[in-house]
Design a protein around this ligand. Structure first.
Ligand SMILES: [Fe+2]
Ligand SMILES: [Fe+2]
Length: 213
C-alpha cells in the first residue's frame, strides 16, 4: 500500500470540476507517478517506452493544452502500468492499480482508453485530444524507435518521414506495432497518416538529449 502522507503532496485534490467533466481534478507530478510506475514495472524496455510516450505527450501538450503539460505527461507515463504484470488484463487491471494509488478518473480514463477497440472489456473511448493523441502515437513511437535503431546513427535525431513510411508499409518489420491502430488513430484525430508520423517523429526528436532515443 502506498504511503498516504507521502502521496498527499501529489494528490492535492482541488475542489473544481475537471475540464473533462469527470469528477475532481488532481495535481499530478511526473516524478512521483514514475515511482508508482516502477512498483509494477521492472523491465527497462517497458520503462523506456513509458518515458518516450510521456515525452511525446508532453510535446503535444505544449501545443494543445499547455496549462496541463504535467497531466498529459503523467497519462503517457502510466498508460501501460499494468502491462508487465497483467498482459492478459491490459487496461482492465490498470483501473485497479491506479485507484489503489489514488489517481483520479481523468487519469484512469486517459490511460484505459488507449486500448479501446483493442483489448477486451474497455468501454472508455478516446474523446479528448489528449486521449486521441495517446491512442495514435503509442504504437507509432515503437515503430519509429525500431526504424531509428536500424540506422547507422541509432537515433531519431536524423530520421526522416520517408524512412518510417517505408517500414510502415513493411508488415514484417516491427510487426508488433499495429499499423491498423496507427491508421485508426490518425483518422480519429482527423490527421493524414503522414502528418501523424511526421509530428510524432518531431515529438521524439524533441527528446534527444534527455534520453537515449
Ligand atoms: Fe498499451
Ligand atoms: Fe504503450
Amino acid at each position: 500500500m502506498i504511503n498516504q502522507k507521502k502521496y498527499s503532496i501529489i494528490i492535492n485534490v482541488k475542489k473544481k470540476n475537471s475540464k473533462f467533466g469527470r469528477g475532481v481534478r488532481m495535481e499530478v507530478n511526473y516524478n512521483q507517478a514514475f515511482e508508482v510506475l516502477k512498483k509494477y514495472n521492472k523491465d527497462e524496455f517497458h520503462l523506456k517506452h513509458a518515458q518516450i510516450v510521456s515525452g511525446v505527450m508532453r510535446y503535444f501538450a505544449k501545443e494543445y493544452d499547455s496549462e496541463r503539460e504535467e497531466f498529459w505527461a503523467v497519462v503517457g507515463l502510466l498508460h501501460d502500468i499494468d502491462f508487465e504484470l497483467y498482459p492478459e488484463e491490459h487496461c482492465v487491471k490498470a483501473v485497479e492499480l491506479l485507484k489503489e494509488n489514488n489517481f483520479d478518473d481523468d487519469i484512469i480514463h486517459g490511460v484505459t482508453c488507449h486500448a479501446y477497440g483493442i483489448c477486451e472489456g474497455i468501454e472508455a473511448k478516446p474523446e479528448h485530444i489528449m486521449e486521441k493523441i495517446l491512442f495514435a502515437t503509442d504504437e507509432l513511437t515503437g515503430l519509429i524507435g525500431a526504424v531509428a535503431i536500424m540506422r547507422p546513427s541509432k537515433t531519431v535525431a536524423d530520421l526522416e518521414l520517408k524512412s518510417v513510411k517505408k517500414k510502415f508499409k513493411t508488415p514484417k518489420f516491427a510487426a508488433g506495432c499495429s499499423r491498423d491502430t496507427i491508421r485508426k488513430g490518425a483518422e480519429r484525430l482527423g490527421w493524414e497518416l503522414d502528418e501523424l508520423i511526421q509530428r510524432t517523429i518531431d515529438a521524439m526528436k524533441s527528446l534527444v538529449g534527455t534520453m537515449e532515443i
